[in-house]
Design a protein around this ligand. Structure first.
Ligand SMILES: Cc1ncc(COP(=O)(O)O)c(C=O)c1O
Length: 400
């Protein structure tokens, strides 16, 4: 039986509506299944294979033991909201009111979903860069928005500012930024961010900025959009404890914005999940209060892993585009004789015992050709795993 409904919009927005009207499985699912079937090293999905800080894990276990197991307040516990406000002040000099300008959500994903559902009317345009984190296409479509994209091209994945200017118009309701950027590892410079703010002001658009990798930059400090002149009133800043504390399964996220925006988003969030993760909220609060050294060490450790995998990929014969932040690096398989990354990724487990994701998974269907031979690798894995992957990949060059 054919089931009609808005799910079809979400599937189509993610480029997954099959010709027979069903939802096609994602390349992520296909690659994960291949990893299981072949026993290959999975550098496809972006989650760490090590636990985060012991203090954070222990705080969650303690909270469960001490009975923090019922519904927390709708906007999040006071302790976590205060920790988020203190974090914004400590790292960025941003003043946010923990009682009026912070909302705790079920991961960054719910913050993004609730914001788009709350603020995008049917036919409003939402602009993202392309490639984009795969949830964006589905969420924009579910909200009834029209997805407009501006390309990010190798080698630096920096947007062309004239293309950006041309894409933002009075029809643009939201500019959805992701910085540091998944899947490319780009960290946008100040001029790019200032142009976004200037365009949002000129066309009275909102800025929704997904900064889940804010602490995972390697050679340039993170600049939150909200710190730029003119930005704070029209910007919703989204982050999450998942990446910073290696607790992706806990799904504790949050947003900060001026009170009226928080109220609008809360009106939707309230009926999506109402609340989530009571015992994990004090644990993420403990994480946000860790000393500066924790955050610096986490970025430095991940930078070493980036270097380990990037060097391995280069030695195997890939062209590697330097990653400046996030869990990911993009490499070109063309020098290895592979013009098509999808085909390459399907063969990679058998040829090198490694799983990766073709970059085309992060493009709209009609733009997938732009991704050509590009592949995304995740380096948020133990050094020994990355070393083994590098050794196995090195064999590729000799077997073409
Ligand atoms: C850019 C980006 N935004 C959001 C998320 C999801 O965050 P959360 O697990 O907190 O919902 C991810 C996870 O991979 C991501 O890469």
């Amino acid at each position: 039986m054919h089931i009609r409904g808005p799910w079809q919009r979400a599937a189509a927005g993610a480029g997954l509506l099959a010709p027979d009207g069903s939802i096609a499985s994602t390349i992520f699912a296909e690659m994960s299944a291949l990893a299981v079937k072949t026993g290959a090293i999975n550098l496809g999905q972006g989650f760490p294979d090590e636990d985060g800080p012991a203090e954070v894990l222990e705080a969650a276990a303690r909270a469960i033991r001490e009975g923090v197991n019922q519904y927390p307040p709708g906007i999040g516990t006071a302790q976590l909201r205060q920790a988020i406000a203190a974090h914004q002040r400590r790292f960025y000099g941003l003043e946010v009111d923990p009682d009026r300008e912070v909302l705790v959500t079920a991961g960054a994903t719910e913050a993004l979903a609730a914001s788009l559902l709350a603020l995008v009317d049917e036919g409003d345009e939402v602009l993202t860069f392309e490639p984009f984190y795969d949830a964006y296409g589905a969420l924009i479509a579910l909200a009834g928005g029209r997805h407009v994209t501006v390309p990010l091209r190798a080698p630096d994945f920096r947007p062309d500012l004239d293309e950006l200017r041309a894409a933002v118009t009075d029809r643009t309701r939201v500019i959805l930024v992701n910085n540091p950027h998944n899947p490319t590892g780009a960290v946008f410079d100040r001029e790019v961010l200032e142009t976004i703010v200037e365009l949002a002001e000129r066309h009275d658009a909102l800025i929704l900025t997904d900064e889940v990798y804010e602490h995972l930059t390697f050679d340039r400090p993170h600049t939150p959009v909200a710190t730029l002149p003119g930005a704070s009133d029209r910007t919703i800043t989204v982050s999450s404890g998942g990446k910073t504390f290696s607790t992706t399964g806990w799904k504790i996220g949050w947003l900060t914005a001026r009170h009226e925006l928080v109220t609008a988003v809360l009106a939707v969030k309230q009926f999506l999940t109402y609340v989530n993760g009571a015992p994990f909220q004090p644990a993420i609060a403990a994480g946000l209060a860790l000393p500066d050294a924790f955050f610096a060490d986490a970025a430095a450790a991940l930078r070493d892993k980036r270097d380990l995998l990037s060097d391995g990929l280069r030695q195997a014969g890939f062209d590697v585009f330097e990653s400046h932040g996030s869990y990911f690096v993009v490499a070109d398989a063309a020098p290895l004789g592979y013009p098509d990354a999808v085909e390459f990724c399907r063969e990679l487990p058998a040829r090198a015992g490694v799983v990766a994701i073709p970059l085309s998974a992060f493009y709209r269907e009609e733009h997938r050709g732009d991704a050509r031979s590009l592949v995304r690798f995740a380096f948020c894995k133990r050094a020994a795993v990355l070393e083994a992957a590098a050794v196995q990949l090195a064999a590729l060059g000799t077997t073409v």
